[in-house]
Design a protein. Structure first.
Length: 218
């Protein structure tokens, strides 16, 4: 089953799919509350932001469909030059406002701290980042998630300016899967309520360059 670019006509479906897929993610559950309805709205706001950020930063929004139905989505950030990123960050910040107003200030500080600590473990060389990958509940177990991840790996491999692709996962059960696909663990960020595993898959031309595992960030 092929992986294709996500068209604008599928954005509403993609928001809903990603919100459901990440409803039990520790980052989400420790950041958004207020009951099931509010949590659902917060999930859609967060998914909307990441979808928009991916477009603004020239990333790739990819999908898998089955019998015409959207069953999986992956969002990947691509390496950008410093100037290009700086010029686009104000637009990204504006799109983050609906998410920011939905959380308490201390939660927002924790999210920023989480992002900063994960980035500190990532390679300093230009690389892709798999920001989100989600599969519809009833379509899990059919290999859609793996297909989307392998597509993102191939994307980085095809870019001569990329040293590989990174990700972080808060689900320890996912670590073995990612390792099987060629990722290795760079370090662990302990946020108290959860631990994030920061991982990296180097491109074939970047093996051994500046992405050796580092110590855990407590």
């Amino acid at each position: 089953m092929p992986v294709n670019d996500l068209p604008r006509a599928r954005l509403d479906d993609a928001r809903a799919l990603l919100a459901r897929a990440f409803a039990s993610d520790p980052v989400f559950t420790t950041s958004f509350g207020g009951g099931a309805d509010e949590a659902s709205r917060s999930g859609v706001r967060l998914a909307s932001f990441v979808l928009a950020m991916t477009r603004i930063l020239s990333g790739r929004r990819r999908m898998v469909t089955e019998d015409g139905r959207l069953v999986g989505v992956a969002l990947t950030q691509v390496p950008l030059g410093r100037l290009a990123r700086l010029l686009r960050l104000p637009v990204v910040g504006a799109r983050f406002v609906p998410v920011a107003v939905a959380v308490r200030p201390r939660v927002l500080r924790r999210l920023r701290d989480y992002d900063r600590r994960c980035r500190a473990l990532a390679p300093r060389t230009p690389h892709h980042t798999l920001t989100m990958v989600g599969v519809r509940d009833e379509a899990r177990g059919a290999g859609h998630g793996r297909r989307l991840i392998e597509d993102a790996i191939a994307m980085a491999e095809a870019d001569p300016g990329s040293s590989g692709i990174g990700l972080d996962t808060e689900n320890p059960a996912n670590v073995a899967l990612y390792e099987h696909l060629g990722f290795h663990l760079l370090g662990v960020v302990d946020m108290g309520a959860f631990r994030a595993h920061v991982m990296f898959h180097p491109t074939s031309g970047a093996e051994g360059r500046e992405h050796a595992p580092r110590r855990a960030a407590g």
